[in-house]
Design a protein. Structure first.
Length: 270
């Protein structure tokens, strides 16, 4: 394959049209690829060994010296586009001038490493793309080993989910599975499951956090299903102290994940 940059100036170029179509899940599924936009997303995809069909960049828009150096040194297929064309394919209002066409991975629950220190976030049928990306970012920051999407969930490779993950999508395994598959997997690996609900009696700060641990969160609108509520080992609440009537999903995951980490840090230092 020719590694010299291809130069594109036309909006009608087939690659440009294909990248634009990747804003929609059906085309991502059909093509088997997704569009990872921005310097951080692109470099994280490269550094974590994802399969990349093409690096797409605009010399006029790309300001990052590091990104320019990495592009120059990369053996991957490189496509140069002018600023107008990149603005047409970019999802961001302020495009950084770099993106990658990345192969969709084939993920299963077996891709999540299980040790005595494992914790994962489990989201049942999440419907907000930004929430899913924020959760992936939080789990990566808090040292988690994966994010499990149970049931009908938004696509974690949607541009909005990728944007809010800030590159964590490429280092945190994300798996979509059925409730039955999830429960069989937790039984096999003896995960302790902690669910969240505003109606739970136990407060998240006053419970233990055994490992390996699954932190289970329900759908943004209806909460956890009866099936998962019956399966978890404990339900906890996050107190609302002000006038707000709830927390968004990303904030809830961050609060409980870091409480768990704090509990483990105190125990390990004792």
């Amino acid at each position: 394959m020719d590694k010299q940059p291809i130069e594109i100036t036309s909006f009608q170029n087939p690659l440009v049209k294909m990248i634009r179509s990747l804003a929609y899940k059906k085309y991502r599924k059909r093509e088997g690829v997704f569009w990872a936009e921005g310097v951080r997303n692109t470099l994280e995809a490269i550094d974590n060994g994802w399969t990349i069909d093409a690096l797409v960049y605009s010399p006029d828009l790309l300001r990052s010296d590091l990104a320019r150096e990495r592009i120059a040194a990369s053996p991957l297929r490189k496509v140069s586009v002018d600023a107008r064309v990149f603005a047409r394919i970019a999802a961001s209002e302020l495009p950084q001038g770099l993106g990658a066409v990345v192969r969709l991975p084939e993920r299963s629950l077996g891709d999540i490493p299980i040790t005595t220190d494992t914790f994962v976030a489990v989201l049942e049928e999440p419907q907000d793309r930004g929430n899913v990306g924020a959760v992936v970012r939080t789990v990566g920051a808090a040292g988690g080993q994966g994010v499990i999407l149970v049931g009908q969930a938004v696509d974690p490779y949607d541009p909005e989910a990728l944007r809010t993950s800030m590159g964590a999508t490429f280092s945190v395994p994300i798996v979509n599975c059925t409730a039955d598959e999830f429960l069989a997997w937790t039984h096999t690996h003896r995960l302790y499951l902690m669910g969240t609900s505003a109606r739970a009696n136990a407060e998240f700060r006053h419970v233990d956090y055994p490992r390996p641990l699954g932190l289970v969160f329900g759908n943004e609108r209806v909460g956890l299903s009866d099936t998962l509520q019956a399966a978890v080992d404990i339900m906890v609440n996050i107190p609302i102290l002000g006038r707000a009537n709830s927390l968004n999903l990303g904030a809830s995951v961050a609060i409980v994940a870091y409480q768990a980490q704090g509990t483990w840090a105190e125990r390990d230092s004792a």
